[in-house]
Design a protein around this ligand. Structure first.
Ligand code: 5GP
Length: 197
């Protein structure tokens, strides 16, 4: 596979990485396209198949694993598989785009290891685990049990931060957005547009 750059944003669930990724996708000079992951987790709220995820059953997902269709995949939570299909990155590179990923820390580091030169791996750090809990509860899209699962995983994920190229502290969203914008602009070799806000 060859093409543009790969930009990875990884972080514990609730750190604000999805907000950052969405903001970056709206900056035309970065020429980004979102890598839609495959997942076996149930659809949440207003999520759209093919836009937020490619939703599939566990057995469909396992078939793709067997066929070696994934660039990386991970059982992020029990029976909740997530993965990046090779065809997804090929499709976006064929459009001349830089590809941006919102994926878990293990998957992010895997892609970084496969494409060290082409990849910028960014870790988004939340203020604290307590703050994460508050954010996840506010989102209220999941049961307490699921939220606790995500919190338990967060501490393990936080320990991987030093393995990333850059760490962004998301203590203040505006500051984090500006920092992320500058980082990605530098990496893809463009200057930050004057209409960034
Ligand atoms: P959520 O269920 O909240 O959408 O995502 C749960 C976690 O799975 C998040 O940390 C998200 O970044 C991660 N994730 C989403 N897509 C992928 C993927 O393709 N591969 C990996 N390894 N993780 C993913």
């Amino acid at each position: 596979m060859e093409g543009g750059k790969l930009i990875i944003f990884s972080a514990p669930s609730g750190s604000g990485k999805t907000t950052i990724v969405r903001y970056l996708l709206n900056q035309p000079e970065l020429n980004l396209a979102f890598s839609v992951s495959a997942t076996s987790r149930p659809r949440r709220g207003k999520e759209v198949n093919g836009e937020h995820y490619y939703f599939m059953t566990v057995s469909e997902f396992k078939k793709h694993i067997k066929n070696e269709d994934f660039l990386e995949w991970e059982e992020v939570y029990r029976d909740n598989f997530y993965g990046t299909l090779k065809t997804e990155v090929e499709r976006l590179w064929a459009q001349g785009k830089n590809v941006i990923f919102d994926i878990d820390v293990v998957g992010g580091l895997r892609i970084k290891n496969k494409y060290p030169e082409e990849t910028l791996a960014v870790f988004v750090k939340p203020p604290s685990v307590d703050e994460l809990k508050i954010r996840l509860k506010k989102r209220s899209t999941e049961s307490d049990n699921k939220i606790n699962m995500r919190i338990a995983k967060a501490s393990v994920e936080l320990a991987t931060a030093p393995q990333f190229d850059k760490i962004i502290k998301n203590y203040d969203l505006d500051t984090a957005l500006k920092e992320a914008h500058q980082l990605v602009a530098d990496f893809v070799g463009v200057s930050v547009g004057s209409k960034e806000d």
